[in-house]
Design a protein. Structure first.
Length: 289
């Protein structure tokens, strides 16, 4: 079941749960005071929120896990919690993001942010900027979700394995590219974050050579261009050309065109450009035509 349908299901069940709670509360107060029965709904809304706050996140989490596995469980809990907060007047939330890719990105982003055991204000600002730069109008929704997700315990093994089963390889490579972009958004390569991304890549079924290739697009060293093309420095010129053709095909933006999101395509084009730049750097270094 897609995350879009999952979210709708959770929303409908939670909605009717709270609607039932409101009706029950209203009936109880009506029996106590018939004179005030017209205003009973408005009077009892704060109690409804408090009552819902005890159950919404658990109801959402249970439904999410049942229908969407580890990611569904996490998101269901978060959406239930957000519904609780809305009923208390704490939180306003609009349309829910529906893409499997974006949901996976949000959950794993939260995990990467917490990799060093704490969430720095500067790191959070960098991640927010990343979302606003890449997702435009959708960014506020994603940032609100991220704020709740970082409070959750995320089992990256279960989540990543679920992703490996539901997203194709090219999409998983694009997700890996995003995670490195987030981890190094401040220009620093924190070891704990890079190590966690390495683990995530392994659980998602990303090969080590592909991991090193994407990593080299962000973590620069003297051999970065060769790592991007997945060849050694002693490769022949013909091997360099062949590697470029293969990597250009693997990282071509059309491989993720099915995701249908301009932001994703833009990031895919950036990844493809990194391959072109690596090839140009090697050509210039060797004087290749």
């Amino acid at each position: 079941m897609s995350k879009f349908l999952l979210i709708i299901l959770i929303g409908v069940v939670v909605y009717y749960f709270f609607k039932w709670s409101k009706s029950s509360g209203g009936s109880k107060n009506s029996s106590q005071s018939n004179a005030n029965n017209i205003n009973s709904t408005n009077t009892n809304q704060p109690n409804t929120g408090k009552q819902g706050g005890s159950y919404g996140k658990w109801l959402g989490g249970g439904l999410g896990w049942a229908f969407g596995g580890p990611i569904g469980g996490i998101l269901g809990f978060v959406f239930g919690k957000m519904y609780d907060d809305m009923s208390k007047g704490k939180f306003e939330y609009g349309q829910s993001p529906a893409s499997d890719f974006n949901m996976s990105l949000l959950v794993l982003s939260a995990a990467v942010m917490k990799a060093d055991g704490k969430i720095k204000r500067s790191e959070l600002d960098f991640v927010k900027q990343f979302f606003y730069t890449n997702f435009g109008d959708k960014a506020p929704q994603y940032v609100k979700l991220l704020g709740e997700l970082v409070k959750q315990d995320i089992d990256v093994a279960d989540v990543s394995i679920q992703i490996s089963r539901h997203l194709d390889y090219a999409t998983r490579l694009q997700l890996l590219h995003y995670l490195f972009g987030i981890a190094l958004a401040d220009g620093k390569a924190d070891k704990s974050e890079v190590d966690l991304i390495d683990r995530i890549a392994g659980y998602m079924g990303i090969t080590n050579s592909d991991f090193e290739s994407v990593k080299a697009m962000f973590v620069k060293d003297t051999d970065a261009a060769y790592k991007v093309l997945q060849i050694s420095r002693d490769a022949t010129d013909e091997e360099v050309k062949k590697a470029y053709r293969e990597m250009a095909k693997k990282y071509h933006p059309d491989r993720v065109a099915s995701l249908g999101d301009d932001a994703i395509r833009k990031a895919a084009e950036a990844k493809f450009q990194s391959v072109n730049e690596a090839y140009e750097n090697i050509k210039n270094e060797r004087g290749m035509s």
